[in-house]
Design a protein around this ligand. Structure first.
Ligand SMILES: Nc1ncnc2c1ncn2[C@@H]1O[C@H](COP(=O)(O)OP(=O)(O)OP(=O)(O)O)[C@@H](O)[C@H]1O
Ligand SMILES: [Mg+2]
Length: 485
């Protein structure tokens, strides 16, 4: 039994037909494709369901700008001879777009697997998507569009739109009838509109054919020559979701723009709180529905970041982790500087004490060679050169600050390393160690941004001072023996 809706559908199909479509059974591309049935006619093309040579279902899109073409038998002919050049340009635009789409590979964008010429025009073969378009779902089964499914749908479409924008492609015709929902409920974007837009620019006849879709196209698409940008696609996507969540079709952006110009109230009020949707979700749609592109979110990625709760939670967690690391690093830096200041103060104090103090008599350590031998055993002092009648040796002149100049004692050699022959002053030596430790802490403070904690500084311990004293003592004993010999 034929139902009423089937009759209505058949009538609708007939009314949509311009009579220019190819009949079922027509073969194309040397028999590679056979048309099953006509699907739809737009102002620029005709869509068919077909089978390929492996009997797989495909969709064929035929370049057929109805305002300038007609068909004789199968062949596409121009209504006027003067349109030959224009039609060539339109075919080139169609092919260019088909080629660009064939290079895309995304689960939510329809796949183009062949482009070919036949019947005096061009065709593209698309993957067939089993399912309904979103316009049908909104109309026929809105209960399927519950908040969770809608959020999931939007995130997937943002992924697809972000993907084409990254490749510098605009869709230009996002609307519920150009989004198919496959058997798993996943969206598939079809019917890119850039070639159509190009066609209206090259042909006076086609310039009258509407390339805008009221309610979904942003106002900049109504104005010839105005800039079309990524935010234009975002407006159309926002209008699509405005329709889904408010269950009201969006008002034409052209009307909204004139209201704004008059200072009148916006005929499309922003979305208010809607059960099942959080404020970020609603706010992002309202923002992308801004009349002026600069007021919209700048990219699909920005929109996704604004609404994806899991992603936002993860971003906040990552941020918190970063903050914690930062706090630890600051704490470490503060501690290092605190210790550095303490070390500096100690070093200063020790140096002052060292220079103020008289050198301690190094009774036990200092060598006393002359006192230990009786005078008779001592070697006779060599006679002076004058006593031998020789001229006195010339003294080496003072060499200023040159390479061989006698340098002022540095902190290190003042500390008594034995090389200047002075007795070591333990306080100064201690200060040197403290200064070395201070330098180490400055170095570690400079490397504070490394992941590992800065190495612990060495403060001079009692045992290390003892070891240094012992070393110095043996050095002086050695020197004493040498002098004695
Ligand atoms: N890949 C596909 N899989 C299944 N059905 C499709 C596919 N592509 C298109 N259709 C069906 O054909 C209809 C018309 O296709 P499409 O949107 O590409 O062209 P159009 O809007 O009629 O024409 P125009 O390109 O001139 O605007 C769609 O609404 C959809 O129902
Ligand atoms: Mg379409």
């Amino acid at each position: 039994m034929v139902t009423l809706s089937e009759v209505e559908k058949a009538q609708a199909d007939l009314s949509a037909s311009y009579g220019d479509e190819l009949p079922a059974g027509t073969t194309l591309a040397n028999g590679q494709y056979t048309i099953d049935r006509y699907l739809n006619s737009g102002g620029f093309g005709i869509t068919y369901l077909a089978r390929d040579s492996l009997d797989r279902q495909v969709v064929l899109k035929e370049c057929f700008p109805g305002a300038m073409c007609c068909r004789t038998d199968q062949t596409v002919r121009l209504r006027s001879r003067g349109q030959v050049q224009e039609f060539k340009t339109i075919l080139a635009l169609f092919e260019k777009e088909a080629r660009a789409l064939s290079e895309l590979s995304h689960p939510y964008i329809v796949g183009v697997h062949q482009i070919f010429k036949d019947n005096g025009t061009a065709y593209m073969a698309l993957d067939f998507v089993q399912g309904r378009d979103l316009a049908q779902v909104i109309e026929e089964s809105p209960e399927k569009l519950d908040p969770d499914s809608v959020k999931d749908l939007l995130l997937k479409l943002l992924e697809a739109v972000g993907y084409i924008h990254e490749r510098d492609i605009l869709h230009r015709d996002i609307s519920p009838d150009n989004i198919l929902l496959d058997e798993n409920g996943n969206p598939v974007l079809i019917d890119f509109g850039a070639a159509r837009d190009g066609a209206t620019k090259v042909s006076r006849v086609l310039s009258k054919v509407l390339t805008v879709k009221d309610g979904y196209s942003p106002q900049e698409f109504y104005l010839a020559g105005s800039k079309q940008e990524y935010a234009s696609d975002l407006y159309a996507l926002a209008a699509t979701f405005y329709h889904i969540v408010s269950k009201r079709p969006p008002v034409s952006s052209h009307e909204r723009l004139s209201a704004a110009a008059r200072g009148a109230e916006d005929p499309m009020p922003p979305l208010e709180k809607i059960p099942g949707y959080d404020e970020h979700f609603i706010e992002a749609i309202n923002r992308c529905l801004s009349i002026f592109p600069n007021d919209r979110l700048p990219s699909a990625a920005a929109w996704r970041d604004a609404i994806d709760i899991d992603r936002r939670r993860q971003m906040l967690l990552d941020q918190a982790e970063q903050d914690q690391l930062l706090v630890e690093r600051v704490q470490r830096t503060v501690e290092e500087f605190r210790q550095m200041l303490a070390a500096e103060a100690a070093a200063q104090k020790a140096i002052e004490a060292g220079f103020d103090a008289k050198p301690e008599p190094a009774k036990s350590q200092a060598p006393q060679p002359a006192a230990t031998k009786p005078k008779s055993e001592r070697k006779p002092r060599p006679k002076s050169r004058e006593a031998d009648g020789k001229p006195p040796r010339r003294r080496r002149p003072h060499q200023g600050n040159g390479a061989g100049a006698k340098k002022r004692p540095t902190t290190e050699n003042r500390a008594g390393n034995g090389s200047n022959g002075k007795a070591p002053n333990p306080k100064v030596q201690d200060a040197t160690l403290v200064l070395q430790s201070h330098n180490a802490s400055v170095a570690s403070a400079k490397t504070i941004d490394r992941a590992e904690p800065a190495p612990r500084r060495q403060t001079p311990s009692k045992s290390s001072i003892g070891r240094i004293f012992a070393g110095t003592r043996s050095l002086f004993q050695g020197l004493g023996r040498a002098r004695h010999e």
